[in-house]
Ligand binder design. Sequence first.
Ligand SMILES: Cc1ncc(COP(=O)(O)O)c(C=O)c1O
Length: 380
Amino acid sequence: MEENKGQPANSWLGHRGAAAFDFRSDTMTTPTQDMLSAIQNTTLLDDVFKEDPTTMDLEAHVASLTGKEAALFVLSGTMGNQIALRSLLTQPPHGVLADHRAHIIRYESGGVASLSGAMTTTVIPSNGFYLTLEDIKSLVVLSDDDHSCPTRVISLENSLDGLIMPLDEVKRISDFARENGVWMHCDGARLWEVVASGAGSLLDFCQYFDTVSLCFSKGLGAPIGSIIVGTKPLIKHARWVRKSIGGGLRQSGVVTAAARVAVDVTFGKGPNGEGGLLRDTHAKAKRVEQLWKNLGGKMRVPVQTNMCWLDLESMDCNPSRFARLGSQVGLKLAGNRLITHYQIGEEAIQRLTSVFEKVAAERGRNKCEEDCDLSRQGPY
Ligand SMILES: Cc1ncc(COP(=O)(O)O)c(C=O)c1O
């Protein structure tokens, strides 16, 4: 199939937009008709002058949803994490401790080093899923010995690769950090998904962090934007850092109007994402997992939110072959990760089923025939 007829690249029609057959990432979700209307009706005042009501309302709303004093809209998840870390860290020597798979470690262009001059310490979770307090205690640096680089921030990512860090573990780590004067940051790009899964509310999770960054453009469908929440002094400082890297925005209502629809409609108005669209995407991910297992495939990890990690080798397949089979039926696939965002509809699931069936039919025949280099592909 050469193209998906009816899915023009400029479509604003939600489920029929460009992302409807794209399983590569929930960053592919495209803005909806509701967002277009919100953009048309937005206020157009200057946010560097702190005059734009749409932007200030969004910031106040997300601060209140997360139980924080203040919030700051930023252009991307990377910008949110980096500004938050830069605002927490003051004077070297200072270190940031994070999971070895964390976005801030692997996929933010070394910003922790270049923007904050911090040393990073990476930790491998001993349970294979999420960091525990014991994992952290084995590598955290609390000493004031001048040979060492003290850990000033523990940065947790939730969800991480679609996996949930449970609330009780977050609490244990946070209690330990606070007892020892260490800041807590959360890369909550997909914290909405954790909440929609029923693992706890935004308030439950955010109480354990000093700063949290959340994204509107992953899974929620906004074209641009993320937000940082924290105390008033921290957010005041973050605003300074944002300006210094060119992130001060003028008529920001054009983007914050869409972000507000992303929160109210895609995440949903209830405190746990009730009435939103995310729970349905989790059910779809479970369905994809079941379809794969029914054909004899194994999973790398069980589905917890909106991400499916297939074990392609268990079906003698590899990422290149899988992507090629997908493109033959008009699907965009990358590696062994599938994300079921809200624009993925029934037709896309049907086509994916046909790809799974082809993989199953070929099992044992095409072992490692094609290049399966995944090194250049990351979970963005
Ligand atoms: C967990 C996580 N944090 C942060 C980011 C960075 O977001 P952005 O691409 O908007 O900079 C991503 C990107 O996908 C992510 O997956």
